[in-house]
Write a protein that binds this ligand. Structure first.
Ligand code: URA
Length: 462
């Protein structure tokens, strides 16, 4: 390194702008291990307090992208535009697309939308992350599937994308290595909530994947990293601009996270819910709204559907991918190709671990759910062992919450009423601690009150 890590950290701590060379040096030092975990934490906290400028944000994002291999794809077929330097074995006959969320609770969108997009003729090289702070992570969810290997070499990753249409992997020593270490440290040091670091994490991973189009799901509300809507909008604007300026057509949906997005929150529990969705089982209405809006707009953005009826045609293709079973088949083939069981969809309970204690949580008195502290629900899952308190710690895939009551549900104290949730825990004591937190996280209106959920789709940023 040309610049000492402590000099870079001090400069940022004291509120000065870092040069492109300094940011690149630090990012590459994170990747090659010459910057320590303590220095990563200090840097992230300095950025959290002092923030980074628009110019630093772009330099940081490009440095994180360049810390490992950047993928490229060739285009086969009519209208093909051969990409310089692309191995012919990675020629694809459709657009390369992806989605990424800023993180939520019960945010299992990627597990169904990825296979749905692949079933609609696009290719989805998804580089995802583990749980971050109180939010769940796609990689932790997939690792609850026995045998599923999330860390592939770039060539193996590209091979699965080419053959199956989708592969979901994590950051590795060669794929976005700076984000791999930064992400793990930010998770446990209260440094997630900085727009520049989020942009550098999300947009960099997507630039690595060589996309033709990207949709971002920027969450707002009490369960989001950016709780306040204007902060979420500013983050969306920032990521969309950095993505577009780097040559990757990018847009964002700002969506509400003041209710969990699914019936469950927890790794194996969310995989069960994704399988149910993909196999035409019950679908959480808010989850379905987000999956379909992101998916349909992305299929239009990447040119898969065009003309005046493009949006309804894209939506109907997505729905057909569920009713025909083709999205489920893509998911099954991906799990198989990544080392998981070939018959996961037919027998999920044979493979996904279940917690020994399942405890229903009831309200203290009759009422109607009028709101909830979603961040507290997310922390309950972490406390149960479904997330981490130190970088790289093992998690328990089986724990979490299921049957989460939605806003407007009538609940009560007796076992004949709807519970607020079911707690899945490793021990009775942990279940009871979590049950108390879950009960405290809900707010109620009087019995019989009519309470409606707020809209989940808030606005689009292009
Ligand atoms: N997802 C990411 O990959 N990075 C973040 O910083 C937040 C969500």
């Amino acid at each position: 390194m040309r610049y000492l890590p402590q000099t870079i950290i001090r400069k940022k701590r004291d509120g000065f702008e870092l040069s492109g060379d300094e940011l690149r040096d630090f990012a590459f030092g994170v990747a090659d291990g010459s910057v320590s975990e303590a220095q990563i934490a200090a840097f992230a906290m300095a950025v959290y307090f002092q923030d980074i400028s628009p110019r630093e944000r772009v330099d940081w994002t490009l440095a994180v992208r360049d810390s490992g291999t950047v993928l490229s794809w060739g285009k086969a077929g009519a209208g093909a535009r051969p990409s310089a330097g692309t191995a012919p074995e990675f020629e694809l006959d459709g657009p390369v697309v992806d989605k990424h969320s800023t993180g939520g609770v019960g945010d299992v969108v990627s597990l169904m939308l990825g296979p749905m997009l692949a079933a609609c003729g696009t290719y989805v090289p998804m580089i995802a992350g583990r749980g971050l702070a109180h939010t769940g992570g796609t990689i932790d969810k997939l690792e609850s599937i026995p045998g599923y290997v999330t860390g592939l070499s770039p060539a193996d990753f590209q091979r699965v994308v080419r053959d199956v249409g989708i592969s979901i992997v994590r950051q590795t020593d060669t794929i976005a290595p700076t984000d791999r270490r930064m992400y793990a440290v930010r998770d446990v040091t209260a440094t997630v909530e900085n727009r520049g670091l989020i942009t550098g994490s999300i947009v960099a991973k997507k630039l690595v994947a060589g996309l033709d189009a990207l949709v971002l799901d920027v969450k707002t509300g009490n369960g989001a990293v950016m709780q306040n809507r204007s902060d979420a909008l500013a983050l969306a604007r920032m990521m969309v601009d950095v993505g577009n300026n780097a040559g990757m057509p990018t847009f964002a949906h700002v969506t509400d996270m003041s209710e969990p997005l699914a019936f469950s929150a927890g790794n194996a529990l969310e995989v069960h819910e994704a399988i149910s969705y993909l196999t035409d089982g019950p679908r959480h209405p808010r989850l379905e709204a987000v999956v379909e809006a992101l998916g349909a707009d992305l299929l239009v953005q990447c040119g898969k559907f065009s003309g005046p009826d493009a949006r309804p045609e894209a939506l109907s293709a997505l729905r057909h991918s569920i009713s025909s079973g083709s999205a489920a088949e893509r998911f099954e083939r991906m799990v198989d190709a990544m080392g998981g069981p070939a018959d996961l969809l037919a027998r999920p309970s044979n493979y996904l671990s279940a917690a020994p204690v399942v405890l229903p949580v009831y309200a203290d008195r009759p009422g109607v759910v009028s709101g909830m502290d979603v961040r507290a629900l997310g922390w309950s899952v972490v406390t149960l062992g479904g997330g981490r308190t130190t970088p790289g710690a093992a998690i328990n895939p089986a724990v979490g919450l299921s049957a989460l009551a939605q806003v407007g549900a009538s609940v009560g104290p007796s076992s004949s009423t709807q519970p607020l949730a079911q707690v899945h825990a490793a021990t009775q004591a942990e279940a009871e601690t979590a049950a108390a937190s879950v009960r405290a996280a809900f707010q109620f209106a009087e019995p019989g009150a009519s309470v409606a959920s707020c809209d989940v789709l808030l606005e689009v940023v292009r």
